[in-house]
Design a protein around this ligand. Sequence first.
Ligand code: FAD
Length: 495
Amino acid sequence: MSQPVLVVGAGPVGLTLALALRQQEIAVRLVDRAPQPSDRSKALVIWPRTLELLDLHGCVQPFLEAGLQGHGARIQAGQRLLVALAFSRVQSPFPYALMIPQNRTEAVLTQLLAERGVQVERELELSDFAETESGVRAELTRADGSKETMQCSYLLGCDGAHSAVRHRLGLAYSGETLESNWVLADVKLDGPAAADQVAVVWNPDGILALFPIVGNRFRIIGDVSGAEAADPSLEQVQALVDQRLGSGFRAHDPIWLSHFRINERKVDRYSVGRVFLAGDAAHIHSPAGGQGMNTGMQDAFNLAWKLALVLQGKAGSQLLETYSPERSGIGDQVLRNAGVLTRVALLRQPLLRRLRNLLFSNLGRSRRLQRRLVEQLCETDLHYRGSALSPVLVRSGAGLAPGDRTPDLACSAPSGETRLHALLRNGRLVLLSVGNPRPALDSSLARDGLVSAVAAPQPGYRAGWTYLIRPDAYLCSCAPSAEQERLLAVWEAWR
Ligand SMILES: Cc1cc2nc3c(=O)[nH]c(=O)nc-3n(C[C@H](O)[C@H](O)[C@H](O)COP(=O)(O)OP(=O)(O)OC[C@H]3O[C@@H](n4cnc5c(N)ncnc54)[C@H](O)[C@@H]3O)c2cc1C
């Protein structure tokens, strides 16, 4: 039997990675040193792009059933509305923020994994590892101090911000810890707060952000720079609400009162040899934008399809070298965007605050800028243009460019009438001909997971062109159908 992949850390990222690998029937072990899952609600939002990727793995339904739809976000200066964002504007089959506490997300992932035969092995800590000729030798330590040594094909460090895997690789986690102190409270809140909207209120005294959880339960986050870093009392939370939201709100029944500081850090490379990092082990950012967990889960999806094809012998190991540059580029972008949002919100100087408010109220009137902000939050604007996996063969004008996310569409495949995203399931690549007959494929390509399909022209897809689409629904490359051989040569280079 082939050696399993070892996933270290059963947070949302390790669970997602193990699940996406199991979908491809890759043997996986998932270990976590904690005796039980965390009961903290931490990340409250799954954004549309992550939902799309879960859907590509046939796993989205239980999340939709467990969460609530958040329809928009508002930014206010005191009581004055500056920007109202409607998530319904996003071009996605899931045009909303799915509000679901992280412990529920982890529970759903754990259940899906169990249904695929993988249990999280708890109280098992990765204590050491070394790369060998054919894989990685990992030392696992049980709670009683006894040790187990195992051989795995690849080691995937999803072990969070204090990652032992990252330390052992000697990778710097470069960046900074911001000066500001923040409090967090998950409470019931009586008062006129919308249960399907995120609200961010900028005040001269500081920020207050309100995230709906369920019913009248909300997450309140506020900066308390200048105050001592400590968990707040319910009275202090109420005082913050009175000061920044106005009267008419009553906070009660807290389930989590905490404080935190914002770290902005990232590694330069996400892999060394057969060892890979994903999630907080590789990047950590401000909660502005709520994208930490989502970005980590998307790291997992990116790595999983590549690793599965390599382990199945359908692609060469050089494919894995695209993981780090692709995801590190996204990590930089998310870090930058969340950093700007945080610094803009924290402005204290009155003139700068007035300018900021003016700028944002103008932004609030521009539908184009609003849409960009919505796409940024929903992570539907992320792309892999410029990746070695996305060469530009022929300029495609206004249509989809190599590296872009590919919208779903109706198409016809050898199996019958279907949809593009349904064809991509199970780690397949699709060669899609638009407005032309279905391309013929040689049998070795078909055996190695490439399927051909044909579709009518659609926005983004040009008539007379052929598109090579990766299993995570990003475009590898495209060319006029007459140049299909060049397109197939792109994929041949990674086999
Ligand atoms: C208050 C708060 C609010 C947040 N809000 C959002 C939000 O709205 N949206 C969003 O996207 N993100 C949000 N985040 C960020 C999000 O919680 C993290 O990005 C996410 O938990 C990262 O997941 P992970 O799986 O990479 O790491 P973790 O969740 O930290 O999981 C790592 C796991 O590895 C295990 N482990 C560690 N070392 C070892 C070892 N040596 N051996 C075995 N196991 C090990 C740990 O026990 C743990 O279970 C928030 C975070 C906080 C704190």
